[in-house]
Design a protein around this ligand. Structure first.
Ligand code: MN
Ligand code: MN
Length: 481
């Protein structure tokens, strides 16, 4: 077909007309609100780099907004929350209608791919002290080399104290790094398959270089006579001395620590127009932030609102803080006890409507061949529904029901909020999973719904300022429905 050939346009209204958020939200007031949301989000993203830090932030915001924390197993009041092990949080706000007439649930995850320290990490070799690691979640190993890393986490001591650790974020702090091979010596490596070129056991973090002062040998003949250290472990000794000075910990305390290496430094606006957001951990903290701000702006709802921020999504939602745990169910039991005693849990659950607030892979301009364009998400076109996840023949997917998709279309179109529908990549070329299927087992309606992200799971993920705004509004409309 030549470019001058006339085509017959379809009748207006009959074809899909994707709406761009920048065109939809074009007034000065809307652009101002967009910018404020993005600025606040960037501050949140820069401050919260682990699940614990995120939950702590959420707790602070909720307490300030008048939500009451349940510490004793009971829920008191109409706006409540409960925290599980400092890593997962359940939030609820009472609606005008009883629980048995359904709830609106938004669930996101606050864990992100990263490099965890091993339990016995510290050693010294070749003039440096290093930390052994075991990566968490789906990382592309080469993206984590030769860049500034910060250490975040906690160290639990035998006396019961839990010491928070953050090194590498304050501009006066040092940072850490995993060295990468110089090209001059990479001739053999570049011939390898990508999956074999970067070995997990080589992801060792440099944490020190200078030796501790050599203590003098004890005078001979005294009871504690021992030779002076030979210098083999003096760099490691200095690292331990510095950790002890800063945090009061010793090497054995690392056995009961969770320390995570994450990209150091703040999130930033990207592009001359500052219309994109770049930063670590946007999968899925962009949905956490949009969901939390939507909840705060959606009071006096028709239906009870439930918001959950889970841990462990990136490794299969396992464990006591993941979405496969009974935490949500137990919270709901206590909520029924407090708000509608006698209501059947199974009825309440089956009457619920939910969104699995999780990000979607944006169409990558340089890898368009991996997407199927009719069903790919574009940056700037609003939050994206993903009817099913899974891989190779929808294996492992929650597949949302069309009746529910129609209900959501009506809700968002009625509110004038741009949204899109997509699946992750070409069939048989990729796939993924979310928490959706773990909630679907209760019989509630649920679908994956969140903004598109470029460079997902990388140390510098990209979202659209306009998508963040539309996503927050969409979550708000859902919570108020
Ligand atoms: Mn995710
Ligand atoms: Mn992910």
């Amino acid at each position: 077909m030549s470019d001058t050939e006339e085509t017959t346009p379809a009748a207006p209204g009959l074809t899909i007309d994707a709406k761009n958020c920048w065109e939809t939200y074009a007034t000065p007031q809307e652009r101002e609100a967009m910018k404020t949301l993005a600025d606040n989000y960037i501050a949140f993203l820069s401050a919260c780099k682990t699940e614990r830090e995120t939950v702590q932030y959420v707790q602070g915001v909720l307490a300030k907004a008048g939500f009451a924390e349940s510490l004793d197993g009971n829920f008191a009041g109409d706006a409540v929350y409960r925290v599980m092990k400092g890593k997962t949080v359940f939030v609820a706000r009472k609606g005008k209608k009883p629980l048995s007439e359904g709830f609106r649930l938004l669930g996101a995850h606050c864990d992100t791919p990263r490099i965890d320290l091993k339990q016995r990490p510290l050693y010294q070799d070749c003039g440096v002290a290093q930390l052994k690691t075991h990566y968490y979640g789906g990382i592309r190993k080469h993206q984590w080399l030769a860049r500034a890393l910060a250490l975040h986490g906690v160290v639990a001591k035998k006396d019961g104290t839990v010491i928070p650790v953050t090194i590498g974020e304050d501009p006066t702090d040092p940072v850490f790094t995993i060295p990468d091979l110089l090209p001059h010596l990479a001739y053999r490596q570049v011939e390898k398959k990508l999956s074999e070129a970067f070995e997990a056991e080589k992801l060792n973090i440099i944490i020190g270089h200078s030796p501790a002062e050599k203590p003098a040998a004890e005078p001979e003949g005294t009871a504690e006579a021992k030779p002076a250290p030979n210098g083999n472990d003096l760099i490691k000794a200095k690292v331990l001395a510095l950790l002890n000075e800063r945090y009061g910990i010793e090497e054995a305390d690392l056995y009961s620590a969770e320390l995570q290496a994450v990209p150091a430094g703040p999130a930033r606006l990207v592009g001359l127009d500052g219309a994109l957001i770049g930063g670590y951990g946007q999968d899925d903290r962009v949905c956490v932030y949009a969901g939390l701000t939507a909840l705060l702006d959606a009071d006096t709802p028709e239906h009870t609102q439930i918001v959950l921020f889970w841990d462990k999504e990136e490794i299969g939602s396992e464990g006591s803080t993941g979405a496969k745990s009974r935490f949500f169910e137990y919270c709901l039991e206590d909520l029924i006890e407090a708000w509608e005693p006698g209501a059947r849990k199974s009825r309440v659950l089956a009457a619920g409507k939910a969104v699995s607030a999780d990000v979607h892979g944006a169409m990558d301009p340089d890898y368009q061949d991996l997407h199927e364009k009719l069903n790919a998400a574009l940056l700037g076109f609003g939050p994206c529904f993903c009817k099913f996840t899974g891989h190779r023949g929808k294996v492992g997917a929650n597949d949302a029901h069309p009746e529910y998709v129609a209900w959501l279309r009506s809700l968002l179109d009625g509110a004038g909020i741009p949204w899109q529908m997509a699946e992750l990549g070409r069939v048989d070329l990729g796939g993924g999973g979310t928490v959706a299927k773990f909630l679907a087992v209760y019989g509630m309606d649920i679908i994956d719904f969140g903004p598109a992200v470029l460079s997902m799971h990388s140390p510098f993920e990209i979202t659209s300022v306009a998508d963040l705004y539309a996503t927050k509004l969409a979550y708000q409309a859902f919570l108020l429905s």
